[in-house]
Design a protein around this ligand. Structure first.
Ligand SMILES: Nc1ncnc2c1ncn2[C@@H]1O[C@H](COP(=O)(O)OP(=O)(O)OP(=O)(O)O)[C@@H](O)[C@H]1O
Ligand SMILES: [Mg+2]
Length: 459
């Protein structure tokens, strides 16, 4: 289904231009004045509103405030003349997605801004759908993602969740192996039974063994009473063994026996006990390579690799960075009682071009830090960058504030950077030149000349 846009502008030329431009990619509705805009807005659920600031009997900005009061997550772009840019900058601070200045010179840029705004609307809507679904599926963890890679993963999880076969989750650190294991439990026929999770990494062999098998009173020094282990506690449910590659060779062979016989014996006992659990394993090191290197038993590998599930790294999930960022923003706003956001287009582009080595976890920490330290209101590229430096790594080859590939010519690359930087700076300074000079450390006069060159100021 095509996204629905409402273009409110008294200028026939602007309405026609946008309609033609988006002819194939959107369903464009137009209104020439406030009264018509109100009527249309009440009748349809628009994905994006493009609003002219100067309407015959209305102020476009006031009208947008009115619309936002009805639909707080409405995504809108204000169309403004150069003279009114200061108001537009203030409006962006109130949560407007972006503003565009007329006349439109660069139609590609116009299309790109509209595309980003629609992506933002999509992210808000998906999160709402997800929340509703979660309310229906109590106990299931929040899994955000609409990229083809994530859709494939979720389809696979749905397919295998209910089967009583061992599942091996493979994926880089922070890709969501824990949450997918929990989802698999929630979607399995065993969800009313226990879900037990044990990380095999970093535990001494004897401790891990006693946690898994349990022990009888007096089995070893300090065993003052009989204790049940995970194999026993997980009976009827799912057992999740994380970082399985770290399991010692001795425990690997014990685990293999338990899986083959469906029985285990507590330490200090000779009596085998039956158990019925479904095993989910996870590893962030490819297990086949561990087998090749002789660190993991091949027979156990074949036994647990019945259904391999690969979790894609964030860099393979097109469009998910912004979905996750919006989700974490909502989450941490609620947690810290703050009202940060929305993200500015430059911030969105910066996040999308970061390389998130730590995957979803790294992005989550970046947004958490941002919300914790941000005074509230819109989040721009400049706010994000300190977090980005520690969080995502700016991709050396093609990361610019604009998110576009860097032109190869040095002069062009520098000009592109300057334009994006000044735009961000101007927005962050609320359109105030002295503040922009203070934030950037560029002398006011010098800054003024540069801003003028890019059309951010006209006088
Ligand atoms: N698709 C997702 N939607 C929402 N939150 C997610 C998603 N994937 C991961 N997270 C969150 O990101 C964090 C890291 O995920 P998780 O612990 O599942 O990763 P992992 O692959 O198990 O990492 P590690 O290899 O370090 O154990 C968690 O806080 C989790 O809730
Ligand atoms: Mg984990």
């Amino acid at each position: 289904m095509l996204p629905k846009l409402l273009v409110v502008d008294d200028d026939h030329y602007t309405r026609t231009l946008i309609r033609r431009l988006l002819d194939k990619s959107a369903e464009v509705h137009v209104a020439a004045d406030g009264a018509e805009a109100r009527r249309r807005f009440a009748a349809e659920d628009f994905n994006l509103v493009l609003m002219d600031q100067c309407l015959p009997a209305d102020n476009g900005l006031e009208l947008l405030r009115e619309f936002r009061a009805q639909r707080p997550k409405m995504v809108a772009i204000l169309i403004t003349g150069f003279a009114d840019v200061r108001d537009a900058v203030a409006a962006v601070r109130e949560g407007l997605f972006d503003y565009l200045t007329k006349p439109f010179e660069d139609l590609e840029a116009l299309e790109a801004v509209i595309g980003k705004a629609l992506e933002m609307d999509g992210a808000y809507r998906e999160i709402d759908v997800l929340r509703t679904r979660l309310a229906a599926e109590a106990g299931a963890p929040v899994i955000v993602g609409g990229s083809p890679a994530m859709e494939r993963l979720l389809a696979q999880v749905r397919q295998v969740a209910g089967l009583d076969t061992t599942v091996l989750l493979e994926g880089e650190s922070g890709t969501g192996k824990d949450v997918i294991a929990k989802l698999m439990h929630a979607w399995s026929g065993r969800s009313a039974r226990p879900f037990l999770e044990l990380n095999c990494g970093g535990l001494p062999e004897t401790l891990l063994e006693s946690l898994l098998f349990g022990y009888e009173k007096g089995a070893f020094t300090g065993a003052t009473q009989a204790t049940t282990g995970y194999f026993e506690k997980a009976h009827g449910g799912n057992l999740f063994l994380d970082e399985i590659a770290d399991m010692s060779p001795k425990l690997q062979s014990s685990l293999l026996r338990v899986l083959q016989d469906h029985t285990f014996t507590r330490i200090g006992s000779t009596q085998p006990r039956p158990t019925d659990f479904r095993l989910i394993c996870a590893t962030n090191r490819p297990l086949a390579a561990e087998v090749k290197a002789g660190r993991f038993r091949e027979d156990l590998y074949f036994r647990i690799n019945v259904i391999p599930v690969r979790l894609p790294p964030l860099r393979e999930r097109d469009g998910d960075v912004i979905r996750l960022a919006v989700h974490f923003l909502d989450h941490f706003n609620a947690k810290f009682g703050k009202q940060c956001g929305p993200f500015s287009p430059a911030a969105v582009r910066a996040m999308e071009t970061c390389s998130w080595r730590g995957n979803v976890r790294q992005l989550q920490h970046c947004v958490e830090r941002l919300v914790a330290l941000h005074p509230g209101g819109p989040i721009d590229f400049l706010h994000l960058c300190p977090g980005c430096d520690q969080g995502g790594d700016r991709r050396a080859s093609n990361c610019t504030a604009s998110g576009k590939a860097i032109p190869l010519g040095y002069q062009d690359a520098r000009a592109e950077f300057e334009r994006d930087y000044l735009r961000s700076l101007f927005d962050s300074a609320g359109g105030n030149m002295s503040e922009a000079a203070r934030l950037s450390g560029i002398p006011r006069q010098n800054l003024y000349v540069r801003m003028k060159r890019w059309g951010y100021v006209t006088e």
